[in-house]
Design a protein around this ligand. Sequence first.
Ligand SMILES: Nc1ncnc2c1ncn2[C@@H]1O[C@H](COP(=O)(O)OP(=O)(O)O)[C@@H](O)[C@H]1O
Ligand SMILES: [Mg+2]
Length: 332
Amino acid sequence: MTRDIAIDLGTANTLVYQKGRGILFSEPTVLALNKENGSVLAMGDEAWRMIGRTPGYIVAVRPLRSGAISDFDVTQKLIRLILQRAGIGRMSKPRVLIVVPSALTEVERRAVEEAALSAGARSCHLIEEPMAAAIGAGLPIHEPMGNLVVDVGGGTSEVAVISLGGIVTNAAVRIGGFDLDGAIQSYVRREYTIAIGERTAEQIKFAIGSAFPLAREEKAEIRGRDLATGLPKNVLVTSEELREAMREHIASIVGSVLDCISASPPDLVQDVLTNGITLTGGGGMLRGLDQLLAQEAEVPVHITDQPLESVVLGAGQCLESWRDLRSVFAGA
Ligand SMILES: Nc1ncnc2c1ncn2[C@@H]1O[C@H](COP(=O)(O)OP(=O)(O)O)[C@@H](O)[C@H]1O
Ligand SMILES: [Mg+2]
């Protein structure tokens, strides 16, 4: 039996929802490519395990981060692997709904759509990430009322004011959790002359990272490679140092929220002031980001129950209530 599929093609994580079943899988949006012949060896967890541990000709790429999504062959292989994982073969041709970052160009969107069709989809529809996030968060998107959603992902942060089933104003920056990891890597390289990998940087961000002063500031030890000697070296960093390291990127994210609010019609802004901001996406879980946003925008901020899943759950709801919700698809 063919069941429709919704895919959240995030810059960091890909999640798949199957109609009537729920979330099928959640894996990092990473491909392992053989540089010599261009073949795709693996995606997701399997490819992720290869990063930094592979012979030189096998490279790991994050296709949505690096812009490789406009490379039709890579996109097609990615979508084919995702559909295979979801058990879609030659015999079953499901309807596919794909959530794309609104920063994706027209060319990239077409590559995604065509890739899904050539990988076995009966039809392919796209939905913008903030819209799916709002539906997943249970916001009353069809009401004549302003709903402000902020989705902080790995490579992008998206903000939208949604009312009457459409995006009224939006803002997006190509800055997200990956950039915070990168800022931590640069910081320890500059201050302590050690090199750390992106995964180590992410771990330290999870452990002691914050966007707002903590009631009790924290410390953690990082193990890196001394740039002078090439040998392992441990250094102790504090939560204040990391906050400083991430400050500019966080300010850009907050800035995009303020821009979106100031570009919105006054009546909708009034609704936002009353109802608050809905914060979602993995990056939305950075400690204190909610407090910082609330302080800067002077609006209450609510984090969704499942920040990593709300987008795919929103898209899944579109599959379950196709007729009621198809009007919110991109280009519908
Ligand atoms: N607890 C956390 N604190 C801070 N950042 C987090 C946390 N959990 C996940 N993240 C970050 O969230 C990002 C991934 O979020 P996600 O919503 O899956 O992104 P995307 O939609 O772009 O795929 C990563 O950069 C990750 O480091
Ligand atoms: Mg996302």
